[in-house]
Design a protein around this ligand. Structure first.
Ligand code: RIB
Ligand code: CA
Length: 314
């Protein structure tokens, strides 16, 4: 596989951390040009620290980490400590990072990197609210044509919402940002709850991660063992959904997934359905087909890939 150049925008969160580790463990296929933190699961400042901790855990201190926007375009920030813990990365006891933040603003890093690299060669992977990417598109609209593809974790349709009955968290936090991104004419692959709810971290899968025997495997098992509590209590399933790593797994092994090219539009007016991702799955309208909406996954192969790659880390 040729190496893909990506920028990862993230609000770590335990599942973000697993996605970051999966990408950083796959240098032959993925070149992570940089990681930009955004406000979401917890505050921007804490998310940035968490991103530094995860990069250090991976041993890939060559990858720069930048802080981006501290809150949504228009709305008050709503966070998710009730799921991820006060630090956003509760579970393992990771040391305070020695690595320092790169002083560039995350939005500037996205714009400058897209302008410096050959057009059409960079994939944006977004794991949190889309504030940074939307701000980059507002600041420098010409980058839209230069982005190869966006692979995002966000949205929901048949699985309905997880932060409200209508909306998935990443979209709910900043619906205006999601609207800007989905209207920008950039190819989007959407890993919504409709796919992540089919990727469940069962006890056996968690045991396999811990059995890897390295620091990364132990930390991931501790992370997911913490964050799964909320979803297991809520859904009563045999395992908690593993959201953000679906994006990186799609980049590494797209054949594990299937989906449909459809229109997805974002509700930004209604308070009742704020942030709802309205997916025209049955293609009833003539709205532009702006999203490849993932709907099927080989979850066993997904976890085999994740376990094998985490074993490559320290
Ligand atoms: O709804 C799930 C998403 O919200 C994931 O990205 C998780 O990390 C949280 O940000
Ligand atoms: Ca996230």
């Amino acid at each position: 596989m040729t190496q893909r150049k990506i920028i990862i925008d993230t609000d770590p969160g335990q599942d973000d951390a697993v996605a970051l580790l999966l990408a950083l463990a796959s240098p032959d296929e993925i070149e992570v040009l940089g990681i930009t933190a955004v406000a979401g699961n917890v505050s921007l400042a804490q998310n940035a620290i968490n991103a530094l901790k995860v990069v250090e855990l991976s041993g890939r201190n060559d990858v720069p980490v930048m802080a981006g926007c501290p809150g949504p375009l228009r709305r008050r920030l709503e966070t998710a400590e009730h799921v991820h813990g006060l630090t956003g990365l509760d579970g393992p006891d990771l040391p305070d990072p020695q690595k320092r933040l790169d002083p560039r603003h995350g939005v500037d890093f996205i714009v400058d990197t897209l302008m410096a690299e050959p057009s059409g060669t960079i994939t944006l992977v977004t794991l949190g609210p889309l504030t940074n990417l939307a701000m980059a598109l507002i600041k420098a609209p010409m980058i839209a044509a230069r982005i190869k593809r966006i692979v995002m974790m966000g949205g929901a349709y048949f699985e309905v919402g997880n932060i409200t009955p209508a909306a998935e968290f990443n979209i709910y936090v900043d619906p205006e940002a999601a609207d800007v991104v989905l209207r920008a004419g950039i190819p989007v692959v959407m890993a919504s709850l409709d796919i992540t709810h089919k990727v469940l971290t069962t006890n056996a899968r968690l045991d396999a991660l811990r059995a890897i025997g390295n620091r990364a495997g132990a930390a991931v098992a501790d992370m997911l063992g913490f964050s799964e509590r909320f979803d297991l209590a809520k859904y009563g399933w045999r395992g908690a959904p593993l959201h953000d790593p679906c994006t990186i797994a799609y980049l590494l092994r797209p054949e594990l997934f299937d989906g449909r090219l459809i229109n997805v539009s974002i509700e930004v007016e209604s308070e009742l359905t704020r942030g709802m991702s309205v997916a025209d799955f049955w293609q009833i309208t003539d709205r532009p087909k702006n999203v490849f909406f993932l709907s099927k996954v080989d979850d066993s192969s997904f976890f085999a890939l994740l376990t094998e790659r985490l074993a490559r880390l320290p």
